[in-house]
Write a protein that binds this ligand. Structure first.
Ligand code: GLA
Length: 961
């Protein structure tokens, strides 16, 4: 038997420190005159206990042998045969008291954490680390990060400094990272917040998911800033401009990261405005306008912080990242996705909770109800009375029958509930038994089963692991036998990264309303509001081999999930249109069907799509075309089709007919082909030709402001009396004019204009031809400018009523007493003239410095817009009283030109306003239109209904996610 008298040994060795005589080595520690101490030590002990000192002694010995002690020789005190070391930086910068603790530890192997404050412990740790006293370093790292975690967070500035200066303190480092990522808000509460470095503060302010009110963040930032400026008077009222300037400079990197628009008016006035001198001018102006009148800001603003990353109670962010990487490591990830499209999180996957045991239940039937057909999922199980999480990833949808399924991509795992460190990732080794589908089973992985929950998931006899088909057991002992466990909680997510995101913007039409389907050029531009579709795709995503498409919307309650099965090359998918009902999924189906009819693939991909959009619905800004264009783009891209923008536009343009609309192609062309900073002049015939044009630079610059009348125009639901009826009326007019003027059959009014070609006119649409036709229209309809009944039409056109229906109405449902030929034709031709004039004025542009020309140009453009509105109102009957009223208000409050934009019958107006008047214009329109008519609009809503816009870019696919 070995007896150990370690305490005694420790005590006696420590005693040696008091014995100066036997020491053969001295070292001077500290630098400040009143805090320097010479330690008399014993080489033998230090060499045995410390690699650091051993290395020094080796060095000095070698050098002594050659009689050159090098740098140490200068300080060697050779009297007493001792080696003395002084003045080295490390020794100089160490406090004697702390060094004493280290030396005592080296001699006696003893250390008592209780006798030291946290600050001292920090110092001891760093010093031990520097002198490479490994056992003490790791003990202290472990002790601080586990037993003193809360205290450590309170000293975050100090912690950060230590971590940055000592990168090999890995435990401390990962504690620091974890705190930053998962509990950044607690750092704002730390005692030494004001000592944080600027870099640390900036990186905290960048975090979009901080769970703090913005005003709290602001107050902390101010406090930090004041601390950085020495000598700011404590009495705020005595601050001078110079004091504010010092603060401004110190906070210049932080201010742009504050989400000012998320601060309430009251807090803004009380807590932000007193510091207005440190806020950049334009931001301040925007803020004042916003709080005074709800104006939308002109400067770009950061998104609101959204602490809701995913709704898990089990998974932490680092777990999500671990699992994301594990999924990416699977051979091919084509599966599903419900990513958070707008997320700025670094985690490449967003997990959406679809089932939680404590909320939804612990039985197989619940499991299958929530999870079947949902695409790939991750199951996470919390084992009762343990800190372990276990679970598995299934790369396709669960089903309640089918037995074992083949895959090489599944895995099971075990993680600690706090950390991923030492986590187990166990990939499938027998792919034929990878996952198990059965109705009495919940999740089943492997033939062991390597992980399974059965019948009642809470019952330990029904929850077990035995490793067989996966690389490693995820519960100790499961490699030898079946290990049972009790499930405390379980959650299930679907969520993998999208393969790409398709984007298509809305548009505002500057001029040229209801003339695209008659074949004439129009002049819209894309706006920054858009539709986004995050897509993941796979060869099949259903076990029966069916090709399935699933679509979800971010606004899930308003637009519930939809799912459909591909029906073959011709049929593609059935689109049911119930008159008067807008089924949101149909817009997607249209794009999907159009794309696949064009591509004629034998086996298109299955797709899962998550959709988000911010183009106001029914606002005349082309939300529906943005959606169908985006669906076309998403479908083509998922299926590897390489198409140019014109081809994509042509497909998209053919799509809306599937929901029974006879629209022209303006919206799709603008959404797909627009170019940033340019309006788009679009000619449709003889071929689709979009020409980007720069808007003229004039002084003051011009701005387009969109204002929503908040009267909803639903093109689909009202098509029989509005949009489609107009299409039919212009077609009938074209037929009549063609027969009367040229004795030819014309389908659209553009064909009539083209017949003038034979008369020695220049090719294409010209001002002369349009003028000529306009006169003819007046002449031919001189006697009857009001509408024709069907029977009257039959006489006028010399066609049977049935023939009229067949030729002009065809598949559309139309409800009309009378058909207005004169008014519609007159509008189309005159509006086309205005487009040509508008286009020419833009191309002509002018020298921005030439004031009189600028004004003239402004007038020209404005006048054309005003005439356009009058024509839409009086001839085309596509305005409404709200739009007319809004246009009036706009014109009376700073707009020079104003008109409805888009199909009309509600929706938006677009106004031409001198840039320097935009703010007052918006303010006045709010006061005069929105406040009396819509008194209940919130500030946020108000800033959404009227906003200035500049020309945005066209559709695109984002692949670098
Ligand atoms: C809708 C249609 C367009 C166009 C406008 C009116 O937006 O989709 O094709 O006809 O109305 O100009």
């Amino acid at each position: 038997m070995v007896l150990e008298f370690l305490n005694e040994l420790s005590h006696d060795f420590t005693k040696l420190l008091e014995n100066k005589q036997d020491s053969d080595f001295s070292i001077t520690i500290g630098s400040e005159p009143d805090n320097v101490k010479v330690f008399h030590l014993h080489r033998l002990i230090l060499r045995a206990r410390s690699p650091f000192f051993a290395a020094i002694f080796n060095l000095t010995t070698t050098k002594t042998n050659t009689n050159k002690i090098g740098e140490f020789s200068k300080n060697a005190d050779s009297s007493n045969n001792q080696l003395a070391i002084k003045n080295e930086d490390l020794f100089k910068n160490t406090s004697p008291a702390i060094f004493e603790v280290i030396v005592k530890f080296l001699y006696g192997g003893a250390f008592n954490v209780k006798t030291h404050s946290l600050d001292e412990l920090f110092e001891i740790l760093v010093t031990a680390h520097k002198f490479r006293v490994k056992s003490l370093t790791s003990y202290l790292e472990e002790y601080l990060t586990t037993k003193r975690a809360d205290d450590l967070r309170q000293k975050f500035a100090q912690l950060t400094k230590i971590v940055y200066e000592n990168s090999s303190l890995t435990k401390l480092q990962s504690f620091h990272n974890d705190a930053t990522e998962n509990a950044a808000e607690t750092i704002f509460e730390c005692e030494d917040f004001t000592s944080l470095s600027e870099a640390t503060l900036v990186s905290l302010l960048r975090i979009d998911s901080l769970r703090l009110k913005e005003i709290e963040i602001w107050e902390k930032v101010i406090k930090w800033g004041i601390f950085q400026c020495q000598n700011l008077p404590a009495d705020f009222s005595s601050w001078t401009a110079r004091h504010f300037e010092t603060l401004r400079v110190n906070l210049s990197c932080c201010i742009p990261l504050i989400r000012f628009f998320d601060i309430s008016s009251e807090d803004f006035h009380q807590k932000v405005l007193p510091y207005q001198q440190i806020i950049p001018d334009q931001i301040l102006k925007d803020l004042i306008d916003y709080h005074r009148a709800g104006y939308a800001p002109i400067t770009p603003i950061l998104p609101s912080r959204s602490p809701f990353m995913y709704s898990s109670t089990l998974l932490r962010k680092q777990h999500a990242r671990f699992l994301s990487r594990a999924i990416e490591g699977s051979s091919s990830i084509n599966g599903i996705s419900t990513p958070c499209i707008n997320s700025t999180s670094q985690c490449s996957y967003e997990f959406r909770l679809i089932l939680r045991g404590s909320r939804d239940g612990f039985s197989p039937s619940i499991f299958h109800r929530f999870c079947d057909g949902k695409g790939p999922t991750i199951t996470v199980i919390k084992i009762a009375n343990s800190e372990k999480l276990i679970g598995g990833y299934c790369p396709f949808s669960w089903q309640s029958k089918g037995g074992y399924q083949y895959t090489t991509e599944s895995f099971i795992f075990q993680l600690h509930e706090q950390t991923c460190k030492n986590g187990i990732l166990s990939r499938v080794v027998d792919p034929t038994k990878a996952v198990y589908f059965w109705q009495t089973f919940g999740p089943g992985f492997g033939n062991g089963p390597d992980l399974a929950l059965r019948e009642n998931f809470k019952d330990p006899s029904q929850s077990f692991c035995r490793q067989k088909s996966y690389e490693e057991p995820i519960i100790p002992g499961a490699d030898r036998r079946r290990v049972h466990f009790t499930t405390e909680e379980y959650e299930r997510y679907d969520g993998c990264s999208p393969s790409f995101i398709a984007r298509s913007p809305g548009r505002v039409n500057l001029i040229g309303e209801h003339i695209d389907y008659a074949g004439f050029g129009v002049l819209p531009m894309a706006i920054s509001r858009d539709v986004l579709i995050a897509v993941s795709y796979e060869d099949t995503n259903n076990n029966n081999g069916e090709i399935v498409v699933e679509i979800s919307n971010i606004q899930n309650t308003r637009y519930p999930d939809r799912k459909f099965v591909y029906q073959g090359k011709e049929r593609v998918v059935d689109i049911e249109n119930e008159e008067g009902v807008v089924e949101w999924g149909n817009y997607f189906k249209c794009g999907y069907k159009g794309a696949l009819q064009y591509l004629q693939l034998n086996r298109p991909k299955g797709m899962r799509c998550l959709i988000d959009g911010n183009v106001p619905e029914g606002g005349g800004l082309s939300s529906s075309a943005a959606f169908t264009c985006c669906a076309v783009l998403a479908t083509c891209f998922a299926n590897g089709a390489q198409l140019n923008k014109i081809q994509l536009t042509e497909i998209a343009a053919s799509c809306e007919r599937f929901i029974g609309l006879g629209t022209g192609n303006m919206d799709q062309t603008a959404s797909i082909c627009s170019l940033l900073d340019h309006a788009l002049y679009i000619e449709f015939l003889p071929t689709l030709t979009p020409t980007p044009i720069k808007l003229p630079t004039i002084n003051p610059p011009l701005a387009f402001v969109i204002a929503n009348s908040l009267t909803k125009a639903d093109k689909v639901a009202t098509a029989p009396t509005n949009y489609n009826l107009r299409v039919v009326e212009t077609k009938i007019a074209a037929y009549y004019l063609g027969r009367q003027l040229f004795d030819k059959d014309c389908e659209i009014l553009r064909n009539v204009v083209d017949l003038y070609d034979s008369d020695n006119h220049k090719k294409g649409v010209t001002i002369e031809k349009l003028n000529a036709l306009s006169h003819e229209i007046d002449r031919l309809f001189e006697k009857k400018q009001e509408g024709y009944r069907l029977s009257e039409l039959s006489i006028l056109l010399e066609l049977d009523v049935s023939e009229i229906k067949r030729r002009f109405i065809g598949q559309y449902t139309i409800r009309a007493e009378t058909f207005h030929l004169y008014k519609r034709a007159k509008h189309v031709i005159e509006e086309s003239l205005r487009v040509l004039k508008f286009y020419e004025a833009c191309v002509r542009g002018c020298d921005a410095d030439d004031h009189s020309k600028s004004e003239e140009l402004f007038d020209t453009l404005s006048k054309l817009m005003n005439q356009s509105h009058a024509s839409c109102r009086d001839l085309y009957d596509c305005s409404c009283k709200e739009l007319d009223q809004l246009v009036e208000i706009c014109l009376g409050n700073g707009a020079k030109g104003s008109r409805l934009t888009g199909a009309g019958w509600g929706g938006c107006t677009v106004s031409l306003v001198p840039l320097n008047m935009v703010n007052s214009f918006i303010h006045n329109v709010r006061e005069k239109y929105y406040r009396p008519l819509f008194p209940n609009l919130s500030k946020a809503e108000l800033s959404n209904v009227i906003f200035a816009t500049t020309p945005g870019s066209g559709a695109a696919v984002i692949i670098d996610l």
